[in-house]
Structure formats: structure tokens, C-alpha cells
Design a protein around this ligand. Structure first.
Ligand code: HEC
Ligand code: HEC
Length: 607
């Protein structure tokens, strides 16, 4: 038998007895990281390879890597270092992992609901908590039995979870509802929602004294994307925000604006506090850097119940208290070593975990997780993904495509990107603001923009770089790359279908309404993408608009695209179809009964 055959048989045999090792040549793209309590090991959730890597922090070597599921998103490890748990953003499940010696294996898995991301383990290792992004829940899993034992509704799109040092309180960041939720773990009850004024909330942290919840966020300021507006922080900006965990409900939150004029910060993501409480570390994924703030030297210039347009001058001039450290790539979640000496950075595009020495703020190297060989280099789509997340391509590096098209989807916010030929340079013009469309399957749903005037996707890319971003024009190759990237994006599986993927009874009735002569939804929302690619006047034109009518948006994934219509005027699908986009308003045909409407909503949710 040739050695090649022997190797093949060995490969098949090992595939049968243990999960396949990740493909050597695929990008790993780590997003989340957990450091073991004794500091000797770390474990990462690798989003694009669907794997988890276990590494030794001293030798900086990978000990083991296994495939765990579809788009790993969050990871946590028990204090004894023997068990870890990983959530799968597109898999809708979590996998419990056994760590024995240097080996990882899967002990079991459990479904938790649509788009789970943030995950944490209780101090006593009895429970894991998972933030489920689309059902807006924190799910409690009993670890010994691997059973879901409770669910709690929090804010919209809970994202990241932190547990207080005393183990009693859990905090979530709710990416789309401008709030933290605070949960009492003894009774698993929500104590309160802490409102803040911020969007795209990401990693959560709690100060070692248990007094504050911290996160990083974007703030949408609402003005048109002119260079003048961008540079004074009036389009959007990056913030770190904190809110007191105990105290009365109306106690204010505080923010620190991070953008200096001329060299802004893009797409904050990671947020971690050193064990001694002296250092606050933030990652800026879009500008490829980590920001270190000193909490112990002098009080930071927090702004109460609001925020400044720009970084406070006293911090801009003080490189003791604020340090910007270049990392390259796309730094995501952060974690401190237990001794507080080292900061670990999950770097998505570099396929590595980087380290920074806290004493001098210097990068000290990286642990390579693996990826394509240097000869093959990144694929066309990966190059496009890098461009899509690169804030340095916008005017003075304020934001990337992903700031608005968050997760390459939508954050439900609206912006005036001057794409409708109708805007006012100086004022907030509600009429020109448009809800951010998703990038999922966008290559299949032309024409583009809400008005549907844009018939070339390549041209749409150029407009996005030069108008929405006010940056330089992309090269022909770059247009190809970014089109390749967005063409690779699809929706996760629909959570409103039955287990075998079929329609519920209510959705089946709704489908008949959708296609009935009275509702006639399919005349405009027809075909495989639920859009006919034409422009229709459905009575929602603003007076004075340059382009008449709108292009029916694809109804795929509509359950997660709210608020609805081009200006986000309708909060829910029911409100959309009962209100300004009701069948009687759109087609002038018959009214639907409440039952028919409910069934119709069930059907639209299932698309
Ligand atoms: C400041 C927020 C913002 C940024 C940054 C941004 N976009 Fe958009 N994008 C929007 C909004 C809002 C619309 C809808 C505009 C309209 O219809 O008039 C849109 C529309 C689009 C569309 C058309 C989608 C459709 O279904 O019709 C594409 C494609 C697109 N953007 C890609 C990009 C790319 C690529 C980048 C980066 C080069 C980018 N966008 C940067 C907010 C943004
Ligand atoms: C005459 C064409 C037409 C018909 C018929 C029609 N729509 Fe629409 N639909 C549109 C257009 C155009 C828009 C975008 C309008 C806007 O936002 O200003 C839209 C928007 C929507 C949205 C909002 C999507 C989002 O992402 O914000 C939903 C949901 C929707 N339609 C569902 C339906 C349903 C259900 C029916 C049948 C009761 C229906 N539509 C009938 C053309 C149509």
C-alpha cells in the first residue's frame, strides 16, 4: 500500500472517531477568546473555519484544534480548565468541550435559539449563559446535564455577556436597543435595563470592584455624510460607555468619545478591564488598533448622559492616559491574563491571537492559529471582506462599510448617505435618511438603493466608497473583490420554520393571503428573492424627491430587518402591514381581517 493510501485511510479513520481537524488552509478568523484561570492556556472561537483552537500561552503553540459548528462566536472556559463552551452564530447551538491533557473533544451540544453569540460560565461552573441575538434572550444552560433550564427576555440583539467578580450579577450589551440588561443570577431575574445612548454595542466588561458595566459602541449622529459633517463627528463616532450596576434606575450613564479630529477611531469592538482595575483596553477593528486607557492616574473626562463630538483635548495630549497601539488586521474581543500583565487580542484577519505587554504598551508577538499558505494568499472574497471592514478607506478613517452594514447585515439604523440625490448639507434632513439595507444576497436583488435608481452593483460600490465613506475611489480589482465578498453572504437558517424547514400552519395560511388577489403581495415581492426588480409608487414618496417610487426590498430574513420601510417608520411587520404599507393602501384592494394579517406576518417571517 502506498503511503498516500495509508495516510488517506488514517484520515478517514480519525474522521470517524473524532471531529475533523479544521482545514489546514482555511482562514481561522478568531473573534472570541478565553484565558484559563492559571494563565497557561487560551482557547479561541474561530468564525470562518468553524473551529476552536487550544493554545499554550508560554510556548505560543497550538495544542489542538477541532471543528465545532457553524460560525463559532463566543467561548468560555470553566475555572478548573477542564471544560469549555462555544456558541455558534449560524448553527443556533452551543457545544460543550472536554479538555483532557492537550486534547479537545465534544461532550455534547444543545440548540439554544437563533444567532447565539456571547457566552459565560458561572463561578461554580454549574451554569452557562448564552446571549441569543434574534430571540432577544439570555438562555441558561445547566452544565452537568447540558439542558436549557431557563430563558429571560432582555433588550434587542443581546450580544456580549459579563459576570460580576462576585458571581452574582450578569450584564448583557444589547446591540440594537441602546441598553445594558442587568440580571440577578441567584434568581435568574432581570433587575433592570440600563439605557445608554449608543448603537452597535459590543463586548461587555464589569469593573473588578463590581461598580460599573462597560462597553464600546458607535453613536449615530444623524447628519449627511459630507466631509464637513464627518470630521466634526456629526455623522457617527466611537465611544466607550459605562453605567453604574447598583443604585437607582435613573442614575446616569457616562461616555467617553474616542475620535480625535483628523485621525478617528473605527469600529470599536473589544472591551476589557485589567484585574487591578487600572487599565481599560478597547479594540478598534476598523482602524486596526487597540486603545489603552489608564483609569488610575486621574479621573477620565466622562460625559454624563450624553457625549462629546470628539475626544477630549486633555486625553488627546496625554499619551500616559491614552495610548493607541497598532495591531493591523481586525482586532476583536480582548482578554487580560489573570496576572494582569498581558493583553490578549483575537485578531480576525491576521488569524492570530496577539499579545501586548501592559507595562510598556508594546506588542510582544502572536500565536498563529493557521490559515491559507502565503503562496495562495487571501481569496478574492477575503480581500473584499478586508476592504469592507477597513475604516481607513473613509475620510479621516471615521468608519467602514461594516459600521453601518453591521455584521454585513443591517443594524436597523438610518443614515443620509446622499444616495437619493436629495439632501441638505448643513442640517439633519429626516427625508433623506434611509434605513441601512442588508448585504446578504444583495448581489441578487438589484436594482440597488431604496429608490432602485442604481442599476449597476459595481457603480454602487464606487458610490459607497466615494459618497457614503467620502474616501478614495476603489480600483477595478477592489470593486471585484468587494462584490465577491458581498456575493458570498447569505442569511442564517430561518428560525420561524418547523424543524424540517416547512411552513407552520399559520404561515401556510399566510402564504395563501400573500398570493391572493386581495393582497397581491407577490406581484411586487415575487420570484426567488421576493422582489420583482422594478420600481413602484406605493405612496411613500417624500415631497420634492428626485427619484420617484421605491424598489420592493427582498423579504428574505425580514423578521430581522426591523424597523421597516425606507425610513424605518414601522417598528414591526404587523405595524408595516396594518399601517403605511397595508394592502388597501398599496393596491387599493380589500382589507384583511386580523387573523389574515397575523397569518401574513407569520408567512413573511418564514421567508
Ligand atoms: C454611513 C453608513 C453607511 C456606510 C458607511 C456604507 N453604507 Fe451602504 N448603505 C447605507 C444606506 C443608508 C443605504 C441605503 C441608501 C439608499 O437607498 O439611498 C446603503 C446602501 C448600500 C447598498 C445598496 C443595497 C440595496 O439593497 O439596495 C450597497 C450595495 C451598499 N450600501 C454597500 C456598501 C459598501 C460596500 C460600503 C463601503 C464601501 C457601504 N455600503 C458603506 C449606509 C452606509
Ligand atoms: C405595488 C408593489 C407592492 C405590493 C403589492 C406590495 N409591496 Fe411591499 N413593498 C413595496 C415597496 C416599493 C416597498 C418599499 C417601500 C418603502 O420602504 O418606501 C415595500 C416594502 C415592504 C416591506 C418592508 C421591508 C423592509 O425591509 O423594510 C414589507 C415587509 C413588505 N413590503 C411586505 C409586503 C406584503 C406582505 C405585501 C402584501 C400585503 C406587500 N408588501 C405588497 C412594494 C409592494
Amino acid at each position: 500500500m502506498s503511503t498516500r493510501h495509508a495516510a488517506l485511510i488514517l484520515l478517514i479513520a480519525s474522521a470517524l472517531i473524532s471531529p475533523l481537524p479544521a482545514n489546514e488552509n482555511s482562514d481561522r478568523s478568531p473573534v472570541s477568546i478565553a484565558i484559563f484561570a492559571n494563565g497557561t492556556r487560551l482557547i479561541t472561537a474561530n468564525q470562518t473555519s468553524g473551529s476552536v483552537s487550544l493554545a499554550d500561552t508560554n510556548s505560543r503553540k497550538i495544542l489542538h484544534e477541532i471543528n465545532t459548528g457553524q460560525k463559532p462566536a463566543g467561548i468560555a472556559v470553566t475555572p478548573d480548565g477542564k471544560t469549555a463552551i462555544v456558541s455558534h452564530w449560524y448553527g443556533y447551538d452551543v457545544a460543550l468541550l472536554k479538555i483532557e491533557g492537550d486534547r479537545l473533544s465534544i461532550l455534547g451540544r444543545i440548540e439554544v435559539g437563533p444567532e447565539p453569540r456571547g457566552i459565560a460560565i458561572s463561578k461554580d461552573s454549574n451554569f452557562a449563559y448564552v446571549a441569543v441575538g434574534v430571540s432577544d434572550e439570555i438562555v441558561r444552560i445547566d452544565l452537568p446535564g447540558l439542558k436549557v433550564s431557563a430563558r429571560l427576555t432582555v433588550g434587542r440583539e443581546p450580544r456580549s455577556i459579563a459576570i460580576s467578580p462576585d458571581g452574582k450579577t450578569l450584564v448583557t450589551t444589547n446591540a440594537r436597543s441602546k441598553s445594558f440588561s442587568v440580571i440577578d443570577l441567584a434568581n435568574f431575574q432581570k433587575l433592570r435595563d440600563l439605557p445608554i445612548d449608543g448603537d452597535n454595542l459590543r463586548q461587555a466588561a464589569i469593573s473588578p470592584d463590581g461598580k460599573y458595566a462597560y462597553t464600546v459602541n458607535m453613536k449615530n449622529r444623524g447628519f449627511a455624510t459630507t466631509r464637513g459633517n464627518i470630521d466634526i463627528g456629526w455623522v457617527l463616532g466611537q465611544r466607550v460607555t459605562r453605567a453604574p450596576l447598583s443604585g437607582s434606575d435613573d442614575e446616569p450613564y457616562e461616555t467617553l468619545s474616542l475620535d480625535p479630529q483628523g485621525l478617528a477611531v473605527g469600529d470599536v469592538y473589544g472591551c476589557a478591564i485589567s484585574p487591578d482595575g487600572n487599565h481599560l483596553a478597547l479594540s478598534a477593528a476598523g482602524t486596526h488598533e487597540v486603545i489603552l486607557l489608564r483609569l488610575d492616574l486621574a479621573p477620565l473626562p466622562w460625559r454624563t448622559n450624553g457625549s462629546r463630538d470628539l475626544l477630549a483635548g486633555e486625553l488627546a495630549r496625554d499619551n500616559q492616559r491614552l495610548r493607541r497601539i497598532k495591531t493591523g488586521g481586525r482586532p476583536m474581543e480582548l482578554a487580560f491574563s489573570p496576572d494582569g500583565k498581558t493583553l490578549y487580542i483575537a485578531n480576525y484577519f491576521l488569524n492570530s491571537v496577539q499579545t501586548v505587554d501592559l507595562a510598556n504598551g508594546q506588542p510582544t508577538g502572536e500565536i498563529q492559529l493557521g490559515g491559507p499558505s502565503s503562496s495562495s494568499g487571501p481569496s478574492l472574497a477575503r480581500k473584499g471582506e478586508i476592504l469592507f471592514h477597513d475604516a481607513t478607506r473613509s475620510f479621516n478613517q471615521w468608519y467602514s462599510c461594516a459600521t453601518c452594514h453591521a455584521d454585513s447585515h443591517t443594524n436597523g439604523l438610518d443614515f443620509d448617505t446622499m444616495n437619493d440625490g436629495w439632501h441638505d448639507l448643513s442640517t439633519r434632513h429626516e427625508r433623506s435618511r434611509k434605513k441601512v439595507p442588508t448585504m446578504r444576497r444583495v448581489a441578487k436583488t438589484g436594482p440597488w438603493t431604496w429608490h432602485g435608481w442604481q442599476t449597476s452593483l459595481d457603480e454602487a460600490m464606487i458610490e459607497s466608497f466615494t459618497k457614503s465613506m467620502q474616501g478614495s475611489e476603489p480600483s477595478d480589482d477592489e470593486v471585484k473583490e468587494i462584490v465577491a465578498y458581498i456575493s458570498s453572504l447569505d442569511y442564517p437558517k430561518n428560525p420561524y420554520r418547523t424543524k424540517d424547514g416547512s411552513l407552520t400552519a399559520s404561515a401556510q395560511r399566510g402564504k395563501r393571503v400573500f398570493e391572493s388577489a386581495r393582497a397581491a403581495c407577490n406581484t411586487c415581492h415575487g420570484g426567488p428573492e421576493f422582489t420583482d426588480g422594478k420600481v413602484h409608487d406605493v405612496g411613500l414618496d417624500e415631497p420634492g424627491t428626485r427619484y420617484k417610487g421605491h424598489n420592493p426590498p427582498s423579504l428574505r430574513g425580514a423578521y430581522d430587518k426591523g424597523p421597516y420601510l425606507h425610513d424605518g417608520r414601522a417598528k414591526t411587520l404587523l405595524e408595516t402591514l396594518k399601517g403605511d404599507h397595508s394592502p388597501e393602501k398599496v393596491t387599493g384592494l380589500g382589507e384583511l381581517t386580523d387573523n389574515e394579517l397575523n397569518d401574513l406576518v407569520e408567512y413573511v417571517k418564514s421567508l
